[in-house]
Design a protein around this ligand. Structure first.
Ligand code: TXA
Ligand code: MG
Length: 318
């Protein structure tokens, strides 16, 4: 059920049930981080493998010491700069953090989300929330409450409705190796913005084999419809003559009789607007019963890089 009543949300959490929460990035499927049965339910409902660890959501930076230890100064600097906000830090975990959350690793991912409803909820409970994105494993992340309702309507008594997500892309994930920051996932904060604070970053965002970020599966965020990524839409269009085609383009409309539906991410070519629209556009395209979706690669800088990374994963053939 959609609601804005955080008392109902709290009631469900105290019964060790799951709820959906809005964040500035995407909606999360949340449970009590200190309750293992609730954590198990998250994996079951998402059909997510246990080797893919979860992010712990806390109400403020002061709570961080309850979750993590040996925190590098540079991590605190990033937290002070970006929290509440779309930055996830991977830090050494406190002993009491469940192995279910961390997939048995000695690190834990943690962030302070920036959404008034979810912050109010966190302020009303005395435990943090574990929350992966509220979509079945490998499908498109939800950026509004209706997306969550379509995925999990039957199974969730409370979907906290906080409207459209402000950013529309997942948080940027930073880990630390030998006290140096490493980018594990491209996200809502661009590489350039992070580098302004910490200098040049090393990047380990690939892939299925990386021991640092087991969840960075190369295929992810995928529509059900066959989807292709290209630098040149008109060229690729020729390969699909006679098919029902949908387009996902950055800023300019394409003229062609075979195109049944077209999503333009930002007519003014603004990356922030494109990011906010990306998943909702993918959801809409996926519902049009098309034969094929052709997606256009964006300029590879700023948030364009994050969007391209998501599109690469959405279109990767297994
Ligand atoms: O924006 C977000 O981060 C959203 C909202 C709901 O907060 N959450 C989200 O969660 O995207 P999820 O589960 O879809 O992605 C979490 C990612 C996974 O790829 C996982 O591998 C990584 O975080 N992760 C979690 N714990 C980790 C750890 N200890 N070391 C490395 N990566 C970790
Ligand atoms: Mg996810």
């Amino acid at each position: 059920m959609l609601t804005t009543d955080i008392r109902k949300a709290k009631e469900m959490l105290l019964k060790n049930e799951l709820i959906a929460i809005p964040t500035e990035t995407v909606y999360g499927l949340a449970g009590n981080a200190y309750n293992e049965p609730a954590i198990k339910k998250i994996f079951e409902l998402k059909n997510r493998p246990f080797y893919n660890p979860l992010i712990v959501h806390i109400k403020s930076t002061t709570y961080l010491q309850h979750i993590a230890c040996d925190i590098p100064d540079i991590a605190l600097k990033l937290a002070n700069e970006f929290w509440p906000g779309p930055l996830t830090l991977v830090l050494k975990k406190q002993d009491h953090i469940s192995d279910l959350i961390t997939a048995g690793k000695n690190t834990v991912a943690v962030r302070v989300p920036s959404h008034p409803l979810t912050l109010a909820l966190l302020d009303n409970i005395d435990f943090p929330l574990v929350a992966p994105s509220a979509n079945p494993f490998r499908s498109i992340s939800p950026t509004n409450a209706e997306h969550v309702l379509n995925y999990f309507g039957e199974s969730l008594n409370v979907i906290l409705d906080g409207g459209e997500c402000e950013k529309g892309l997942e948080s940027t994930i930073i880990g630390f190796e030998n006290n140096q920051p490493v980018l594990y996932r491209h996200g809502s904060i661009s590489l350039e913005e992070i580098e302004k604070i910490v200098g040049k970053l090393s990047i380990t965002t690939n892939n299925d084999k990386s021991p640092n970020s087991p969840g960075m599966l190369s295929r992810h965020y995928a529509p059900m419809t066959d989807t292709y990524l290209t630098n040149d839409i008109s060229d690729l269009l020729k390969c699909f003559e006679g098919k029902k085609i949908g387009l996902l383009v950055f800023k300019s409309q394409v003229q062609n009789d075979n195109i049944l539906h077209q999503e333009i991410l930002s007519k003014s070519g603004d990356f922030t607007e494109a990011a906010k629209n990306l998943y909702a556009a993918m959801h809409r395209l996926d519902q049009k019963k098309l034969d094929v979706i052709l997606a256009e690669r964006l300029p590879n800088k700023g948030l364009g890089k994050t969007i391209n990374d998501k599109l690469e994963r959405a279109t990767k053939k297994e």
